[in-house]
Design a binder for this molecule. Structure first.
Ligand code: G1P
Length: 269
């Protein structure tokens, strides 16, 4: 299984800190947030992670690069050296793709099409600014997909009605009788007004997507905000294939803004 982490956004909600430190590199203890996200993917059985980033954010790639100078400095500190060795091992499983224009989440995901569209299995997509504390959703989503013949699964959380317009919102068709957290989806809509939102179940930073989504993104016209929306492509995928939702038990933290980041720090402390 392969994973994709879109991490190319400018992080404008977190300026001035993000002038020089990409939001994905903000520390959660001794590790930057994106390392925790890569580790979540690997723990779910992923062999290779594709990170879509921007040439303006070189520190993300530098973090995962081999660091012989640091290894030499820490040679007499076995615990730290082990962390650095582990990081290098992770780094060997990462491929880098660049997004040079900011045209939306769907456009960022599309940048990895060449690398991922020939995949036979669904691709795990983890948003680079969404950390989940508590049970990690990726492993459970992989199991739900397998139980449904390799179908796509989107991670969900319930949000208050006044906040639905900030998210992709799903219309559940039915709940699975043996697991009330799993829904077959009937529709998805990006950032609906509260009056027309089909539910309060919001797409929450994790997806397991049929690789057919890459072909759909290639022909996706701009949606809400004039951006190429991933939600719109999944909506078209739904016309041909089953898509499930998983209301995962963990808590998502949007580290792209200071308040969300501080809550993440508390949750992981
Ligand atoms: C993106 C997605 C949206 C999703 C949200 C949180 O929105 O487009 O469907 O609900 O992430 O995972 P953004 O936060 O980029 O506006």
């Amino acid at each position: 299984m392969k994973a994709l982490i879109p991490a190319a956004g400018y992080g404008t909600r977190f300026l001035p800190a993000t002038k020089t430190v990409p939001k994905e590199m903000l520390p959660i203890g001794a590790k930057p947030a994106i390392q925790l996200i890569v580790e979540e993917a690997l723990a779910a059985g992923v062999e290779e992670v594709v990170i879509v980033t921007s040439p303006d954010k070189p520190s993300i790639q530098a973090h995962f690069a081999a660091a012989p100078v640091w290894r030499a400095r820490c040679a007499k500190k076995p615990e730290i050296d082990a962390e650095l060795a582990h990081l290098e091992e992770i780094g060997r499983r990462i491929r880098w793709v660049y997004q040079t224009e900011q045209k939306g989440l769907g456009h960022a995901v599309l940048q990895a099409a060449e690398v991922l569209q020939a995949e036979k299995e669904p691709v795990l997509v983890l948003l680079g600014d969404a950390l989940v504390s508590g049970e990690a959703p990726s492993a459970a989503m992989t199991e739900i997909s397998r139980a449904h013949g390799g179908a796509s699964v989107v991670g969900l959380e319930e949000v208050p009605l006044e906040r639905v317009s900030r998210y992709g919102i799903v219309r559940p068709a039915e709940q699975r009788a043996d697991d009330e957290r799993v829904y077959r989806l009937a529709d998805l809509v990006e950032k609906p007004a509260p009056e027309v939102a089909p539910s309060r179940l919001a797409i929450a930073g994790r997806y397991l997507l049929d690789p057919a989504v890459f072909g759909l993104l290639a022909s996706q016209t701009p949606g809400v905000g004039g951006e190429i929306q991933l939600t719109d492509a999944i909506r078209r995928l739904l016309a041909a294939k089953e898509v499930y939702g998983y209301r995962y038990p963990g808590t998502r933290h949007d580290i792209g803004n200071p308040a969300g980041y501080l809550k993440a720090l508390q949750a992981f402390s």
